[in-house]
Design a protein around this ligand. Structure first.
Ligand code: ZN
Ligand code: ZN
Length: 167
């Protein structure tokens, strides 16, 4: 089954045949900076099963032990769609969010947990919503206070999600 990943504007596309050989979550600092989020989710396919369309800009960063990681992003919208690592030259990594497919195979590994944001593991208990939170809920400070009082975990009650909010 062919799956298509693409950037925000659609100019850079990666089409993958077959099933990914691995899907993982990476909590490393580099993935946090690459995504602007707190973790990266990557799927890996055999190079022969991936077809790239569109031009990309390349950002090369250092991996471990002198190896390089090559990240391809759309020059127009900046989304990183795929990458290659010296460690596995036979594979192409395609970033799972670019498939925008909730039925994509789930990750089976979580790596670099030493730099995982501590609330990531508990976010399912934080109050979940099929879409966004209702705006009125945001203003409902009494309900928030009630949740705090019964120590129901909410993701920003234990530690602010970023340093800027810590003051
Ligand atoms: Zn784009
Ligand atoms: Zn990473």
């Amino acid at each position: 089954m062919a799956r298509v990943a693409h950037c925000s504007c659609g100019l850079l596309r990666a089409e993958a045949d077959g099933e990914p050989v691995l899907v993982h979550v990476c909590n490393c600092i580099e993935c946090q900076r690459r995504t602007g989020s707190v973790l990266g989710v990557s799927s890996f396919f055999s190079k022969s099963e991936v077809h790239i369309q569109g031009t990309s800009k390349l950002y090369v960063r250092d991996g471990q032990e002198g190896r390089k990681v090559r990240l391809h992003f759309c020059p127009e919208c900046g989304t990183t769609v795929y990458g290659e690592a010296d460690a596995r030259p036979d594979l192409i990594g395609i970033f799972v969010g670019a498939f925008a497919d909730p039925n994509f195979p789930a990750p089976t590994r979580s790596i670099w947990e030493q730099s995982q944001h501590p609330w990531v593991a508990s976010i399912r208990r934080s109050g979940t919503f099929p879409k966004r939170r209702q705006p009125e809920w945001l203003d409902d400070s009494s309900r928030l206070a009630k949740r705090r009082a019964i120590k129901e975990p909410i993701y920003y009650s234990r530690r602010p999600p970023c340093g800027m909010l810590a003051a």
